[in-house]
Design a protein around this ligand. Structure first.
Ligand code: PGA
Length: 247
């Protein structure tokens, strides 16, 4: 199966209005790309980002959305609001949200569901902590996280993008080896295949300290369809190099 690579920048809580203009300008100039490219920016910047990227070969998304459509949920942002701006992607279940905001597997699944209902593509993150890996629980943890989403979405699971992000590799400079990552990606692909006949077309991204010098080897693995890039997505030259590694 020849799946087009997808490279997504996750800016996390970084950026400034002025700095974003430079970064997005550089990304636009470097296009078009062989891979699909997107950036997920903080909420207040999204309208600016949408404007800056008009007509560019770069899509954009958000880093989270509410599991609710509207109502008394102070501080939350809904999927229909994002959709109004032409948002394409929304990250759900990032390990930082699971850890710091106590997001459960079911909440993450509910967010993916509401995103899909508004024609946004959820990027569903799964991944084990270092303690879980060392205890030999990697497979069980990612399968449990994935299975909540499969159960909630049913056959619509084929419309999501999955991102495998080992928590111990995020922002630490410790990348999973291509073999370690491929093993988990293959496991996830098999689990998705049992749920959907379209699983062979689904994109499973790797995230966790992806840099220009390790991207190509990671992306060359059979079940790795691109990356979710944190730190390196804030530097235009590095992010562009990673996008090109997805050729
Ligand atoms: P990192 O972050 O590339 O800085 O490790 C990846 C992520 O958290 O999505």
């Amino acid at each position: 199966m020849n799946r087009r690579k997808l490279v997504v920048g996750n800016w996390k809580m970084n950026g400034t209005r002025v700095g974003n203009v430079d970064l997005l300008g550089a990304l636009r100039e470097a296009g078009p790309y062989v891979a699909e490219v997107a950036v997920c920016a903080p909420f207040p910047y999204l309208a600016d980002v949408a404007l800056s990227l008009q007509g560019a070969d770069v899509a954009w998304g958000a880093q989270d959305c509410s599991a609710h459509e509207s109502g008394a949920y102070t501080g939350e942002v809904s999927a229909p609001m994002l959709a109004e701006y032409g948002c394409r992607y929304v990250i759900v279940g990032h390990s930082e949200r699971r850890a710091y905001h106590a997001e459960s597997d079911q909440l993450v699944a509910d967010k993916a569901k509401v995103a899909l209902a508004h024609k946004l593509t959820p990027i569903v993150c799964v991944g084990e902590t270092l303690a879980e890996r060392e205890a030999g629980q990697t497979d069980a943890v990612v399968k449990r996280q994935m299975s909540a989403v499969i159960h909630t979405l049913g056959h619509c699971i084929s419309q999501v993008v999955v991102a495998y992000e080992p928590v111990w590799a995020i922002g630490t400079g410790k990348t999973a080896t291509p073999e370690q990552a491929q093993a988990v990606h293959a496991l996830l692909r098999a689990q998705l295949k049992a749920a959907s006949e379209k699983a062979g077309e689904m994109k499973i991204l790797y995230g966790g300290s992806v840099k220009p010098d390790n991207a190509a080897t990671l992306f060359a693995q059979a079940d790795i369809d691109g990356g979710l890039i944190g730190g390196a997505s804030l530097k235009a030259a590095d992010f562009i190099a990673i996008c090109r590694a997805g050729a």
